[in-house]
Design a protein around this ligand. Sequence first.
Ligand SMILES: Cc1cc2nc3c(=O)[nH]c(=O)nc-3n(C[C@H](O)[C@H](O)[C@H](O)COP(=O)(O)OP(=O)(O)OC[C@H]3O[C@@H](n4cnc5c(N)ncnc54)[C@H](O)[C@@H]3O)c2cc1C
Length: 318
Amino acid sequence: MVLVLVEHDGGQVDELSLQALALARDLGEPAALLVGGRQAAAQLGAHGVATAYLAEDERLAAYAPGAWARCVEDAIELIGPSAVVAAGTNRGNEVLAHVAARRDLPFAANVTAIGDDASGLGATRVRWGGSLLEEARLHGPLPLLSVAPHTVAAATVNGGAAPAIESFSPALAPADLVVQVAEHVDAVQAGVSLAEAKVVVSGGRGVGSADGFGMLEELAGLLDAAVGCSRVVTSAGWRPHTDQVGQTGTKVSPDLYIACGISGATQHIAGCKGAKKILAINSDAEAPILNSADYAVIGDLTEIVPAITAELRRARGS
Ligand SMILES: Cc1cc2nc3c(=O)[nH]c(=O)nc-3n(C[C@H](O)[C@H](O)[C@H](O)COP(=O)(O)OP(=O)(O)OC[C@H]3O[C@@H](n4cnc5c(N)ncnc54)[C@H](O)[C@@H]3O)c2cc1C
């Protein structure tokens, strides 16, 4: 039996959890663990789940990583699985990291494929923001795996009946609830969404200030583009975290990514390497971004960006 932590929202199972279930089925018969979510659990028969275990307690209403880890630990005790699998989401990775630390178990995050032989469970996993694939081997009584998003296709099974639902009350301790989500703030969504934009105008430290982004916004407005940025920019508070592109930000795949005053650190490139074309505007002809760029303009962005904007306006007669 393989225990799969299934995430859900608004009564629907998260697509990434369905992908995790598909990989888990290569390891054995999956049993699902959900924190709440009776309605979502009912959908899992089509994905090969015969039994769904529901952790229920009113203190689980707000996400708390320690409490979710306790639910996983209790489910391990309950069913004695041969492996535990979760989606490679922030939450899936966080919860399994807690379980691994508490139980001293091996954990491979962001796995894309698995294999098994006498020397342990083999896992191929994504490292360094997608720059390389690592062949890992997990040794220990109970391997923990999270599945890299969108690397395994979700798949239904023939004739999957609605699963049996078994509720349990996790043995939550006060320490499990020390860290919990207090509030959700929706991202301010104005204009084109960063993840789906066809053109992204992105700024880094070279933009110089929050006000400096005014010229990037102007250019983005003309190109029907979204504005993105590097982590230096969000750390400085010039832009919200939701604008950050990179390993720890949004992954974008526009037709054109315009990188203004961004050096091109691997963690940034991890978020924009899906772009069809990259235009770098940088005062340093040796900046690493030039290794990834299709086009480059070497010079001061405070002159170049307004010049592009002016030329676009001139060409459009506006
Ligand atoms: C675990 C981890 C995760 C990370 N995740 C991310 C992430 O998701 N996204 C991310 O972006 N970073 C991430 N980082 C940080 C990353 O390593 C870099 O520090 C960051 O990307 C650098 O930002 P930058 O290019 O804006 O700044 P810098 O590296 O300082 O580069 C500034 C660039 O601007 C140019 N410049 C300066 N003035 C001008 C001007 N007037 N005109 C034109 N060009 C100019 C300079 O030549 C330079 O190339 C992460 C780091 C770690 C350790």
